[in-house]
Design a protein around this ligand. Structure first.
Ligand SMILES: [Fe+2]
Length: 258
C-alpha cells in the first residue's frame, strides 16, 4: 500500500529527479542487481531500511517460518482477478504469465505465486488508499496460483493504472503488479513488482530507480506478447521470475508495498 507522507517539507519532482541522476552518474557499473536499501530519493527508505545483517534461520528449527500450504487450497479460479463479482471490472483485460526459474534456468514447479494491484484507475481496494480515484466494485485486485510442472504461472486481470503517492510533491508510481513467491523449493519469500513496457514514469520513480543498474532494472519490465492475446478479449504480457543467481529478480526494498 502507499506510504504515508514522510515529511511536511515540499520536495519537487525536479529535485528528486536530480538526486536520481546524481546517484546514477556515480554508479560505476558494479553489477548491483538488488535495490539499494538506503536510497535517499526514496524518502522512507532512509527511515525503514535494515541496519543489521540478516539473520539466517534454519526453517526446520522454526516451524512457523516454513512456507506451508496445501495444493487443495489454491483453486484455478483464484488466478482470475476479473471474476468473483457481480459484473465485469472496468479496464483493459490482460493475461500475465511467465515462468518461475532457479539460478540455472530450470523451472520451479508447485510454488505459490500471489499478486495484488491497483485497479484501472490506480486505486487499491484498501482503506489506506484514499486518493480521489474510483473504487471498482467488480475488482478486488488480489489473486494467486501455483506454478505448473514447467514453472508457469498465469493470471487474467486488469491493467492497473499509475497512482500518486507522497514521497514528494506530485509523485506518481508507474503502473505495476506486486508479486509474492514462496513455497517448498526455497526458504526466503520473494516479494517484487512487475512493470509494463514503455511507462513514461520510469525515469521519475525513485522506487524503480533504486535499482541503480540499468540492466537489472530492465528485468522488472514485462514483455508484450501478442501470442498471448485473446481476440476481442485480452492483451498479454510475459514476465519470468528468477529465484537466485546473477539474474535474480529484484526484491522489493524495505519490505515496502508502495
Ligand atoms: Fe503498489
Amino acid at each position: 500500500m502507499k506510504a504515508a507522507a514522510q515529511s511536511a517539507r515540499v520536495v519537487s519532482q525536479r529535485a528528486i529527479t536530480g538526486e536520481i541522476a546524481r546517484i546514477a552518474a556515480a554508479y560505476q557499473g558494479r553489477g548491483e542487481v538488488q535495490p539499494r536499501l538506503d536510497y535517499p530519493p526514496y524518502r522512507s527508505s532512509l527511515l525503514r531500511h535494515p541496519r543489521s545483517p540478516f539473520v539466517c534461520v534454519d526453517p526446520d528449527e522454526v516451524e512457523c517460518w516454513a512456507p506451508c500450504f496445501g495444493n487443495h487450497e489454491v483453486e484455478p479460479r483464484d488466478a482470475d482477478l476479473t471474476a468473483g463479482h457481480p459484473g465485469e471490472p472496468i479496464g483493459e483485460r490482460i493475461i500475465v504469465t511467465g515462468r518461475l526459474l532457479d539460478a540455472t534456468g530450470k523451472p520451479v514447479a508447485a510454488q505459490l505465486v500471489e499478486i495484488w494491484q491497483a485497479n484501472a484507475a490506480g486505486r487499491y481496494n484498501h482503506e489506506l488508499d484514499q486518493h480521489p480515484a474510483p473504487i471498482d466494485p467488480n475488482f478486488t485486485g488480489a489473486g494467486r496460483c501455483l506454478t505448473g510442472p514447467d514453472g508457469t504461472y498465469r493470471f487474467l486481470t486488469i491493467k492497473p493504472g499509475p497512482y500518486p503517492w507522497r514521497n514528494h510533491q506530485n509523485a506518481w508510481r508507474p503502473a505495476h503488479i506486486h508479486f509474492s513467491v514462496f513455497g517448498t523449493a526455497f526458504t526466503q519469500r520473494l516479494v517484487t513488482q512487475m512493470y509494463f513496457p514503455g511507462d513514461p514514469l520510469f525515469g521519475l520513480d525513485p522506487i524503480y530507480q533504486s535499482i541503480v543498474d540499468p540492466v537489472a532494472r530492465q528485468r522488472l519490465i514485462a514483455t508484450y506478447d501478442h501470442d498471448l492475446t485473446q481476440p476481442e478479449y485480452a492483451t498479454g504480457y510475459r514476465w519470468d521470475i528468477v529465484l537466485a543467481g546473477t539474474r535474480r529478480t529484484w526484491t522489493e526494498p524495505n519490505g515496502d508495498h508502495d
